[in-house]
Structure formats: C-alpha cells, structure tokens
Write a protein that binds this ligand. Structure first.
Ligand code: ARG
Length: 280
C-alpha cells in the first residue's frame, strides 16, 4: 500500500438551492415523474449539505436557481473549471440545455475566462480532475469528442472511461475522487459501471483504489465530495464509509435522499471552483 495519510485542503464550491426542484421529466433510471417530490425537503437537505461544507471550513458560493430548470440544483453539471479555465457545459437533453449558458454567465460575470463548448459534455458530472489527470466519462451523456476538446483546452491528459450501466450515467455516480494530491491521487469506484477495457485502465492507474460494493453504488455513495480528508457521502454507503475510515479518511454522512429522486447526490450538487494555476 503506497497511500499516504490523507490531507485536507481548502475548497471553493458553487451550489444552486433547489427551490424549483421537481421530477417533471425522466432522463435517467432514478427519475420517476409519477412519484411525489418535496421541494421543501430538498431545500432542507441541500442546506445541510452546504452547512456541512461551511463547517468544514470551505467556501460556498451560490448561483440563482431559474424557474423551469429543476435539475439546476445539480451544479456539478454546470461547467468544468481547471486551473482557472472554465469549459462550459453543453447538455445532451433539451430539458437541461439552458443550464449551460446560465452557469457560463455566472463565471463570466465574475471575470473568469470561459470557453463555449462545441461538443456535448455535462461538466464535472463526466470530467473529474484527479491529480494531473482528468478522468472523463462517456457512454450516456458526454461525447468522446468533448474529451479531446477538454484536453486541448486544459492542457492536461484526459483519460476516457466508458460507462455501461444506465444507473451510473455520469462518471461522478460511479467514481469518487478522494485525493487529488499530485503525488498520490486516490479514487473509489464501482467496477461494474465501466466497460472491461475501462476497468483495466482504472486498475492500472489506481491499483490501490477503494472498490465500492453494489450496496454503496445503489445508495449513490460514489457521488461523494472529498476535501482530501473529509468525505461527504450518502448514509447508505456503509461499506464505502468503513473502507474510507480504514484508509484514514473521515466519512461524513449527509442525507440527500430527496435529491436522489432526480438521480443525484452530494457531488452532483457541488461544482468545484479551481482558480489556481498549477505550478511546475
Ligand atoms: N436529473 C439529472 C440528470 O439526469 C441528475 C444529474 C446528476 N448530476 C450529476 N453530476 N451526476 O441529468
């Protein structure tokens, strides 16, 4: 085992309060528009998530929720920001299309340099920064051509990973970044969500990865947010929490069950702002 003791770093997040939350269309297997959704409960759970980040000493900014965009709460899909560069999202489904420009405007209004995507990509839902690499999901939402576009824009190697189970339609539902430490990046993932070739790539890149169980995956436990030490995770992902504790991480269970009805958890609600330019 080469893994070093985990270390926390300050994080800066963008979130969107789910005041317009509902499930009015179905674009992933978790969504059932005949089921009752409770926007007030979603807001309470979201606030607990936000307060958890604040209590951990992180910075949280918010974007105004727009009526008619119930999935806007899943801020991770809104864009991808690496080294201060913002790659806009371009959504696969018309129902979410207006979210891309809304998030891009948020960044542009604050003086960040933004790039309008030519290719379909759903932000950090499918583009996860781990150490020097960007892991990129495809198969359900983000096109492979977007992986090449992101590599060219960010100047970092982008590793394409093929998702094969519709329940895990975004990379961040099947893989969690635990530590982005460049000398010892660490992830957790659920192998059956990936094609066999992509599983082999993950084994090669992360031989010491935490392997999640089916129970963890079903609880959307991999949709977790780590600051390098504390890992905000769905309470149902008990095997994952035990594995994290064993590695020296501190799992912090936060219940986002209402937001799970839309197919998202903690990570989906959290877009990471990475303004700093990597040195050396
Ligand atoms: N209902 C949303 C969709 O299907 C959920 C998005 C979840 N976000 C994420 N980062 N995985 O697009």
């Amino acid at each position: 085992m080469t893994a070093t003791a985990p270390g926390r770093t300050d994080r800066h997040y963008l979130m969107c309060e789910p005041v317009h939350y509902t499930v009015s269309y179905e674009i992933n297997p978790w969504m059932d528009k005949t089921r009752f959704t409770d926007a007030e409960l979603a807001v309470r759970q979201w606030r607990t998530l936000r307060d958890t980040y604040l209590d951990l000493g992180h910075t949280v900014e918010t974007i105004d929720p727009l009526p008619g965009l119930p999935d806007m709460v899943y801020a991770a899909n809104g864009a991808t920001m690496v080294d201060g560069v913002v790659y806009s999202a371009r959504f696969r489904y018309a129902e979410r299309a207006a979210e891309g420009p809304a998030y891009q405007k948020w960044f542009a209004d604050r003086g960040y340099v933004t790039h309008t995507a030519a290719q379909i990509n759903e932000g950090e839902g499918d583009l996860l920064t781990v150490g020097d690499l960007i892991l990129a999901g495809t198969g359900f939402r983000t096109d492979r051509a977007a992986h090449a576009e992101a590599q060219e824009l960010f100047g970092r190697p982008v590793v394409s990973l093929e998702l094969v189970d519709p329940h895990y339609y975004h990379l961040d539902t099947a893989l969690a970044v635990l530590s982005s430490d460049r000398s010892d990046p660490q992830v957790a993932y659920y192998p059956p969500a990936f094609s066999s070739g992509s599983q082999a790539v993950l084994r090669q890149l992360f031989p010491d990865a935490v392997i999640a169980t089916e129970r963890d995956a079903r609880a959307l436990g991999l949709n977790a947010v780590s600051d390098g030490l504390n890992v905000v995770v769905a309470p149902g992902a008990t095997d994952l929490a035990a594995a994290l504790r064993e590695r020296g991480f501190t799992p912090i269970p936060v219940d986002t069950s209402e937001l799970l009805k839309g197919g998202g958890g903690a990570k989906c609600c959290t877009l990471e702002i990475r303004p700093e330019i990597r040195t050396a």
